[in-house]
Ligand binder design. Structure first.
Ligand code: G4P
Length: 290
């Protein structure tokens, strides 16, 4: 489902998440491991404030693992508890409970010292659309609880799901809006499928993806498409070569550019060519963290 975010929706989503946060000990901020900066809600720190936070870098299976390490270090330095998972295939999920235990250790020690009875840690998942919130809830719960798909805010009656020995998770995630302002962020959100319709033009998204792969994985790109194009050839030459090789032609034996654009976006989005982290830590640090 495509969500249009208007200021009213954003205010409502923020209000609803803020309300839900009161019920939990720890927040699971879910991000896409391919874009750990670009897939964060722009107001996330204001929404979560000082609540203990586990940053879950999801879709690990499609990301660059060396970059993932750098991002995990960064989030740990921010005082969060990072974990990288692949929710779709159920990988590393035990670490989520362990991170939640660590993140809430102090709070529970305080409760114990006041003589309060032991109880489960309460958590909720928060993130922008399509980062895998529903998939993660269903995998953690070991059954279908959350519908994949999106409705902003929190709509249905909520329940706690028991996970492992020590965790209770709200069955409805908090859905927040993505970053809108920055064109490059928009392209990254689109190339990873976080936004399926586009606030940026699809030709620009395909060109962004192609240029990223040319710069970072040229040999593999050429091999994947079985094309003979040099790194310095322009985008048209690449579109031409890929279109002809894949038979994406239209009347007059012309390359169907729209089909090539769609092909490139889909193949990058679904990690058919390789696994990439588009938010390269050193670049994000230079350009956004001042
Ligand atoms: P949301 O609730 O945050 O909006 O996200 P949702 O769970 O609906 O997941 C969005 C898409 O991301 C789904 O793909 C889902 O399968 C995929 N996904 C979630 N976690 C992972 C992961 O760890 N690895 C990979 N590779 N994919 C993941 P879809 O194309 O919309 O659906 P489907 O074709 O997979 O059923």
């Amino acid at each position: 489902m495509v969500i249009q975010w208007y200021p009213g929706h954003m205010a409502k989503a923020k209000r609803q998440v803020t309300e839900q946060l009161k019920k939990v000990d720890v927040v699971f901020e879910l991000v896409d491991a391919r874009i750990p900066y670009s897939s964060r809600n722009p107001m996330i720190d204001e929404v979560i404030q000082q609540k203990p936070r586990v940053v879950i870098l999801n879709k690990k299976d499609m990301a660059n693992l060396a970059e993932l390490e750098k991002w995990a270090t960064y989030f740990a330095e921010q005082g969060f508890y990072p974990v990288a998972v692949d929710a779709k295939h159920g990988k590393n999920l035990k670490q989520v409970e362990q991170a939640a235990i660590k993140a809430t250790e102090e709070k529970f020690a305080r409760e114990r010292s006041k003589g309060l009875k032991p109880r489960a840690i309460r958590a909720m998942i928060v993130g922008i659309p399509n980062v895998g919130k529903s998939t993660l809830i269903n995998k953690l719960a070991n059954r279908a609880i959350a519908k994949t798909g999106n409705t902003p805010g929190v709509t249905k009656q909520q329940q706690w799901i028991k996970i492992g020995k020590s965790l209770q998770l709200l069955d409805t995630p908090g859905i927040l809006w993505p970053k809108f302002e920055d064109q490059l962020v928009g392209k990254k959100l689109s190339i990873t499928g976080a936004i399926k319709d586009s606030i940026v033009h699809l030709d620009e998204v395909a060109i962004y993806g192609l240029e990223f792969l040319r710069a970072h994985d040229y040999d593999n790109l050429v091999k994947h498409y079985n094309v003979d194009v040099s790194q310095d050839d322009d985008n048209i030459a690449w579109f031409e070569a890929i279109g002809r090789r894949r038979g994406l032609l239209q009347r007059g034996n012309e390359v169907d550019y729209e089909a090539v654009i769609e092909l490139i976006i889909n193949e990058i989005r679904n990690a058919k060519i390789g696994t990439y982290t588009f938010d390269i830590f050193s670049e994000i640090e230079r350009d956004y963290f001042g």
